[in-house]
Design a protein around this ligand. Structure first.
Ligand code: G4P
Length: 316
């Protein structure tokens, strides 16, 4: 699915972040706990390199607790990385954030060497909500709209702990196909950038194996065992029928059925769900990176061949 979600002003954001990173001790990346792999910004990984990282799996109240544990273990096993899970219901998240960051760079601290931390995350991941809780009031949203030039704000979580906020940052191309669908299903992508029916079908495809019983319970589908084998279209049609999304003549209104499924996922009416496991997402990412490298290689080869052909003398 092609999502054009990298507006021009993102280049400004990226430049500002590169500058900020020069004087940063820890990078906090806020992830959506329902899609930790897809909501991680590959561009950020490139920009931050080996700098210590704190991964915050946010919205854990909507995610599958067992899978959240699996992601935390996976991140905590990586070098220079810690991970914690959070949600907006947490009354005082600051202490946990501070503690985790201090653990990553114990050599920093005190007034002469304050800990400088930058917080990043894709739009809608809950960064403003968290910042508001941290500052204890309604903080202005750090500008991720075109035309907003103020690109960061600093809050002091302790006298020697500075937290710099950055605008929600995107990356130019989503190479893992499933990620595009998962991001759209989560609500991270503007409505005009995708087709709801297509996204709902892919969401059902991701849910029907591990979460068949949740689908069966929510939509009163009688044969839970058959769900993983059903075609996505067939499943959406059945859900539409069950939920009364039917047009004159008895045909299912697939658009309406898609909206029902997407809303039920987003509000967790379906239950607490995590669409990705570390192992599966890693396999998707590796396959996508290999395919992307091959695509670039083929494009370069074609370009070289074209140039060579162009320079060849035209036969008489
Ligand atoms: P952003 O700055 O990263 O773009 O995200 P923001 O804080 O604006 O949050 C995006 C949406 O996610 C908001 O819902 C917010 O309430 C919700 N949210 C944030 N953190 C959590 C969390 O831990 N758990 C759950 N369940 N939801 C969370 P909204 O419907 O867009 O707006 P609102 O009317 O709720 O404010």
């Amino acid at each position: 699915m092609a999502i054009n979600w990298f507006p021009g002003h993102m280049h400004v954001t990226k430049k500002a972040l590169i500058e900020r990173l020069k004087e940063t001790d820890v990078v906090i990346e806020l992830l959506d706990a329902r899609l930790p792999g897809s909501s991680a910004n590959p561009m950020l990984a490139e920009l931050t390199g080996r700098r210590p990282k704190l991964k915050v799996l946010n919205k854990q109240d909507l995610a599958d607790p067992a899978r959240t544990e699996a992601w935390l273990d996976w991140y905590n096993a990586q070098p220079e990385t810690r991970a914690i899970a959070l949600d907006a219901g947490e009354k005082a998240p600051a202490q946990r954030l501070i503690q985790a960051c201090r653990g990553l760079v114990p050599q920093r601290g005190g007034m002469d060497k304050p800990l400088r931390v930058v917080i990043c995350g894709i739009p809608n991941v809950g960064k403003s909500t968290l910042m508001n809780t941290l500052v204890g009031r309604k903080a202005a949203k750090t500008g991720d709209e075109a035309g907003i030039t103020r690109v960061e704000q600093r809050i002091n979580l302790a006298s020697d702990f500075y937290l710099f906020d950055t605008p929600g940052m995107l990356w130019p191309k989503i190479i893992v196909e499933k990620s595009g669908y998962h991001l759209a299903a989560s609500g991270a992508v503007g409505r005009n950038a995708y087709d709801e029916e297509e996204v709902a079908l892919e969401l059902l495809n991701s849910l029907k194996g591990h979460y068949a019983s949740l689908l069966a319970a929510r939509y009163k589908l009688s044969d839970t065992v058959a769900i993983p084998q059903q075609h996505d279209d067939e499943l959406l049609t059945q859900i539409g029928k069950q939920r009364g999304a039917v047009m004159a003549g008895g045909r299912v209104n697939m658009q309406k059925a898609a909206e029902i499924v997407l809303n039920d996922f987003r509000s967790a009416a379906l239950g607490r769900i995590t669409l990705e496991t570390p192992e599966v997402f890693t396999a998707w990412r590796e396959a996508a990176e290999a395919a992307e490298a091959e695509r670039i290689r083929a494009k370069q080869a074609a370009e070289q061949a074209r140039r060579k052909a162009f320079k060849k003398p035209i036969p008489e």
